[in-house]
Design a protein around this ligand. Sequence first.
Ligand code: NDP
Length: 310
Amino acid sequence: MMDEFHRHFTVHVWDDIADKDGFLASHGADIAAVATNGHDGVAPDIMAGLGNLKIISCYGVGYDAIDTSVATARGIMVTHTPIVLNNDVANTAIMLMLAVSRRLVHDHDWVCSGRWQEQGNAPLTRSIEGAKVGIFGLGRIGQTIARKLGAFACDIAYHTRTEKPDLPYRFYDDLTAMAKDVDYLIAITPGDASTYQKINREVIDALGPDGTLINVGRGSVVDEDALVAALEDGRLGGAGLDVFANEPHVPPALCKMDNVTLTPHVASATVETRRAMGDLTIENLLRFFNDGSVTTPVPECAHMKVAPLR
Ligand code: NDP
């Protein structure tokens, strides 16, 4: 992706700029495009310093760190990279389900620590075959998870703001009610004000001591203190987490639990998917500068009219 950036554009790498204020003062007005990711976004002071910014191309489907209300008010196009990462993010959700239910990390350690020789067979684990799964967020990735869980004969329910009558899954208009009825709750919504800490103590307690939380959406969706407390008290059965409230900082208590598997926000991080995301990040910029169109605008910019720039 960086090679392509340098091939097509004059590139300034923000992290390499020593005098950032000086750069904004002298070059800010010349910058037409920003490429960033959903985690770093574009800080308000940087956005304000780029007076002629026309487009923000986000490498990632989540764009919670980009203030789209400011961007749209200024006529700045924002694009992201949906769809190309559906499979790997869904695979990560299912990998975490299997890792927690089958105690993968624990059993790996059982082999490598010598406990297999000293103590014999590892304890029995739980099967995900035919399990009841509730998916919080049934968009592009949520639907991919649901479809793939068909291979495990899982019984799928979902909670979203709007019912999806064309899909063959059971809708709950209440997240707590769904959590009460399922073995696994998978969070795969955007991280915005509407989803902030939606998975709170009440939802976690509804999931209960035989339930497992999987979060591949955003850390902000879960009340992390309530989650840690529930795991410590045995009020929740287990958790598989790829995202956290304050990345890269993770509550140390989670690292000591056999019923918890953690990954460092890597759900889309395969060579294949990251290449596809990079290609789409570039494609949006090239189309924009060619004829003013883009391939994958964020929903807030889907109807934005932009004039061709050259
Ligand atoms: P979509 O926009 O396709 O789907 C989002 C889903 O969330 C929709 O079903 C939407 O349904 C639902 N939703 C949104 N807000 C709420 C709410 N307040 N209450 C209930 N449901 C809600 O997004 P994607 O599936 O493409 O991606 C989802 C998210 O996954 C991304 O925004 C990103 O944060 C995260 N992600 C994480 C990755 C990782 O590395 N761990 C990688 C990729 C994505 P409705 O509108 O009907 O409510």
